[in-house]
Ligand binder design. Structure first.
Ligand code: ADP
Ligand code: MG
Length: 255
């Protein structure tokens, strides 16, 4: 998969917040069927890197999505082009069931792809039933078992909520999925499910970018890792190389 054209490529990203340079000359790429890990100490610029790639902050540099220059494409258009992001906080509507949450996302995507001009206020009952079927399928694929579909998100175990938030970010199918600390707060069994999910998405050809503090997870699941420290890339390469890199050991253990 290393020879495939990149799904997402960032070049020379730079972000400054006033006098603070949060990201400085950061470049990486991720191919379809590949998992890229981004690691680094707190405040290293990992989340800013996501914000820069998805155009949520003002930045310098270049971003290429599926071979197209999207440097000037606004954030809200990138999702429709297959670049999706799950945030650190679980995000869903608490007063909709798990299934209704998923259906709402699919409905939104459909509305966006049809465009406002052909928006039909009178969705038929058959449309609604179809959307619910698609929603159930999408949830199962993303590791949210059917027994939770009719519960409210807040009533489900924490691990299920995490899978749900990833499923909602993915929608009907991201080309590139960016996850910010997906393992945060998960126990061993949930972690194993998360690993299984990431591996199956990779096997389907999705490109994944994962920010994670959990070293065992990042070392076992990624194909390549980029290490940030104080906004700069201090190392990149396969996990077995990165974990032995003196600069990486220094950044994590030296202070
Ligand atoms: P990480 O995700 O690696 O912990 P962040 O990307 O969140 O790090 O932050 C990188 C640096 O940029 C930190 O010093 C942080 O305080 C700063 N920063 C992040 N977002 C903003 C912002 N919106 N305004 C000002 N400073 C910010
Ligand atoms: Mg962060």
């Amino acid at each position: 998969t290393r020879t495939a054209a990149p799904a997402l490529q960032v070049e020379g990203l730079r972000v400054a917040f006033g006098a603070l340079v949060a990201l400085d000359d950061v470049s990486w790429q991720v191919a379809p069927g590949e998992i890229l890990g981004i690691i680094g100490p707190n405040g290293a610029g990992k989340s800013t890197c996501y914000n820069a790639a998805t155009h949520l902050v003002r930045r310098e540099g270049r971003v290429t999505l599926l071979g197209e220059d999207v440097t000037d494409v606004p954030a809200h258009r990138l999702a429709a082009r297959g670049l999706r992001r799950a945030f650190q906080q679980n995000a869903f509507f608490g007063d909709l069931t798990v299934l209704e949450n998923m259906a709402a996302v699919l409905q939104d995507e459909r509305g966006a792809s049809l465009g406002r001009a052909v928006f039909r206020p009178f969705a038929t009952r058959r449309d609604a039933a179809e959307t619910r079927r698609a929603a159930a399928k999408a949830l199962e694929r993303m590791g949210v078992p059917a027994r939770y579909h009719h519960a409210y998100p807040g009533e489900t175990p924490y691990g299920v909520q995490r899978m749900l938030s990833i499923a909602l970010a993915n929608g009907s199918g991201a080309k590139i999925l960016m996850l910010d600390e997906p393992a945060a707060g998960l126990g061993g069994a949930d972690m194993a499910e998360l690993v299984t999910l990431l591996q199956s998405l990779r096997a389907e050809g999705m490109a994944l970018v994962v920010i994670e503090h959990h070293m065992d997870l990042i070392m076992s699941v990624t194909d390549r890792i980029v290490v940030l420290d104080q906004g700069r890339m201090i190392a990149s390469g396969p996990p077995e190389e990165v974990r032995r890199d003196p600069a990486v050991l220094e950044a994590y253990l030296g202070r």
